[in-house]
Design a binder for this molecule. Structure first.
Ligand code: FPP
Length: 282
């Protein structure tokens, strides 16, 4: 798993990468070290319903407005040369919502994939989807496949959309994949290792998130990337998702840079008489 205190991004953006910025964004950018950004940012986009309610609008208006925040976050992260961005769009628990809201969310996602494809391509973004795709409506499955195929050759940021996603379901799916691979080959001596499990998760090949952002103030992980966020810095903001703009994103990145990451070890440079007992502390 990716534990490293070396510079986070493989390629470093320049302050000009974002194009024209507001005075607020400029002052945040000035404080941000573009060579030390998280490699993987994961976002729980929460608060669309409350945003709409505050404006006496139907909940779906909040979701529609939330797509604008998704667009801004995707484009900004790509331009900052963040390697991976994961957005939690629909959880396995979200099927409990009213059918009209579910249908709207699915239609919104399909519309988004169609309309935003030029922006995705322009920014050289490769798309992945995390979750149980086979349980989604056939039309959504087609669009998902299409988006992955169209962007498969892109070499920029990886954008993961968590769709019909559950962290526990993902771990169960990984274990079952390992069991079916071993079917008839393994012995009772074979133990599953952390590395093997990681390699069978939906996020196979991606670095674990270094930063988890949750909007709308709830202090919960909500079954999101349970395995992968083991060492992530968690940033909870009161901002509702439709109000999460570029300045709020830059603020979250700055907050990440203020945190000290120890991965269960001791601070770098802290006096110690001994060498670490093991290579990676937990
Ligand atoms: C949480 O708000 C948000 C969702 C369940 C859906 C998120 C979806 C989008 C922003 C739209 C499309 C996304 C992409 C990637 C194109 P909530 O309804 O739980 O809000 P509440 O807690 O205030 O009720």
């Amino acid at each position: 798993m990716s534990h490293s205190n070396t510079p986070k991004t493989l390629h470093v953006a320049t302050p000009g990468s974002l194009g024209p910025v507001t005075p607020e964004e400029a002052s945040l950018l000035e404080k941000l070290d573009l060579g030390r950004l998280p490699r993987h940012v994961a976002v729980i986009m929460d608060g669309n319903g409350r945003w709409a309610q505050k404006r006496h609008l139907p909940r779906i208006a909040g979701h529609r407005s939330g797509t604008q925040s998704a667009r801004t976050t995707i484009e900004t992260c790509a331009r900052l040369k963040i390697e991976t961005l994961t957005l939690y769009a629909f959880s396995v628990e979200n099927w409990r919502r009213p059918k009209t809201e579910i249908d709207f969310l699915m239609a919104l996602l399909r519309e988004y994939l169609r309309k935003e494809m030029p922006l995705i391509q322009k920014n050289n973004i490769r798309m992945r989807f995390l979750g149980r795709m086979d349980e989604l409506p056939a039309g959504v499955q087609n669009d998902v496949r299409d988006a992955m195929e169209k962007t498969a050759g892109n070499k920029g940021m990886v954008l993961c959309v968590a769709l019909n996603y559950g962290g526990r379901a993902e771990i169960v799916d990984a274990m079952n994949a390992i069991l079916s691979e071993r079917n008839g080959h393994g012995t009772s001596e074979d133990k599953v290792t952390e590395e093997q499990l990681s390699q069978h998760l939906y996020t196979e090949g991606l670095p674990d998130p270094d930063l988890l952002i949750r909007t709308s103030g709830e202090m919960r992980v909500s079954n999101f990337l349970l395995w992968q966020i083991a060492y992530a810095e968690i940033f909870v903001t009161e901002t509702l998702w439709p109000d999460f703009n570029r300045a709020r994103l830059l603020e979250s990145l700055l907050e990440f840079q203020k945190r000290e990451r120890r991965y269960g070890g001791i601070r770098e440079g802290e006096p110690s008489d001994e060498k670490p007992a093991r290579a990676a502390g937990h």
